[in-house]
Design a protein around this ligand. Structure first.
Ligand SMILES: Cc1ncc(COP(=O)(O)O)c(C=O)c1O
Length: 385
């Protein structure tokens, strides 16, 4: 009998981290590796945000804050949603967290009892099913396919609903697929949630990195929703650890109690800098978006040209989810081979669920010269096999 809890055993390892570890080993041995495996912006945090944090630290903003977050940041988040989407968000319903990840613990912790089910796309960002099962819930995968631009088929969502269903997770722009849900998709899912009296958890962390349309929040379509969001990606602030949850009113106090006990609060001076990030970075964000878009426009056709399948154009986040089945059906083995033989690090699609098997995720949060070099190496590798 193992001494490790059943709960911990249920968590699936994130295999891309093995790719990261091996890439670092090879680099330490002196090999040049093109690193396209992780979703960490290569672009720096905007200067105004860094200066705001420095000033806040100088000013002594180094203690605990209210568990729900600084009122000024909660108000700024509410104003951001009003300005961007024309929706009313009461600042009282905003809970500031140390990144979007802890916001998931608050959300699922406040929503789920043991055995409760949550519908999640397959493939998906792997933290979702892990959080759900860690908290005693049951993740219910519903397959999404390249031919549908990785969008749910509403009939399949309806068919997955049982008396134990509590929610559906959506993520647009999506990791790992880079695809964006249309207003009509959000409308259909909102209708399903209202009919079935379940909740939508909408992870909006890649909003701002949408290259062809304007972003749409789930709150434009239904109030049976939680919003997960954060500063990591769009504001290039992964290491700052700042995010938030917008919760329906009856869930705010339960989430506050979880936060008080488990996390106390988010970092004080980082919260102060978050106000500046929301208020004063429109031009920085527009520049970053243009940079990612230029890379995307290069990378997608280049991958198609070397024989990887990109059936549906990714139009958001900074990922291409490419069908690599004719290079190898086992995406983990293939990602290891590409690392060793071509010197290119990518994420295996199976990390994102069985529906991702045969695919590779390439992140273009990397300089365009490195993307060109990565494509050159993959082309050469493919031509000699
Ligand atoms: C879809 C999605 N949600 C949430 C996160 C976690 O973000 P944070 O850094 O805010 O915890 C990530 C990070 O890769 C992500 O891709």
């Amino acid at each position: 009998m193992t001494e490790v809890s059943h709960r911990a055993q249920l968590i699936r390892p994130f295999m891309v981290m093995d790719v990261v570890a091996r890439a670092k080993e090879l680099e330490a041995e002196g090999r040049d590796i093109v690193r396209l495996e992780i979703g960490d912006p290569d672009l720096p945090t905007p200067d105004v945000v860094k200066h705001a944090a420095e000033e806040a630290m100088e000013h002594g903003d180094t203690g605990y804050t209210q568990s729900l977050g600084l009122p000024s940041l909660r108000e700024a988040i509410s104003a951001h949603y009003t300005k961007t989407y024309k929706v009313d968000v009461d600042p009282e319903h905003v809970i500031v967290t140390q990144g979007t990840s802890p916001a998931m613990l608050l959300l699922f912790g406040a929503l789920l009892d043991s055995g409760d089910e949550v519908i999640i796309s397959d493939p998906c960002y792997p933290a979702y099913p892990n959080y759900v099962s860690f908290l005693g819930g049951v993740p219910v995968p519903v397959r999404v396919r390249a031919e549908d631009a990785f969008r749910f088929r509403p009939a399949e969502v309806r068919a997955a609903i049982t008396p134990r269903t509590r929610g559906i997770v959506i993520n647009s722009p999506a990791n790992p697929m880079g695809t964006v849900l249309r207003a009509s998709d959000l409308e259909a899912l909102a209708e399903i949630a209202e009919e079935a009296r379940i909740w939508i958890a909408s992870d909006e962390i890649y909003h701002g990195l949408n290259f062809v349309e304007r972003d749409r929040t789930i709150l434009e379509f239904t109030r049976r929703a939680f919003v997960l969001n954060g500063f990591s990606k769009t504001y290039a602030m992964t290491g700052w650890r700042l995010g938030y949850l917008i919760a329906p009113p009856q869930f705010v106090r339960p989430c506050e109690k979880i936060q008080q006990n488990f996390f106390l609060c988010a970092n004080h001076f980082v919260q102060v800098a978050g106000v500046t990030a929301l208020a004063r970075t429109d031009e920085d964000i527009a520049r970053m978006r243009a940079t990612y878009d230029e890379r995307r426009r290069y990378l997608v056709p280049a991958l198609r040209e070397i024989g990887l399948g990109v059936e549906c154009e990714p139009t958001g986040a900074f990922y291409v989810f490419a069908d690599a089945r004719h290079w190898g059906a086992d995406s983990l083995a293939l990602s290891r081979t590409l690392l060793e033989e071509a010197g290119v690090a990518v994420a295996p699609g199976v990390d994102f669920g069985p529906g991702g098997e045969g695919f590779l995720r390439l992140s273009y949060a990397a300089d365009i010269t490195r993307l060109r070099e990565g494509v050159r190496r993959l082309r050469e590798w493919a031509s000699t096999r």
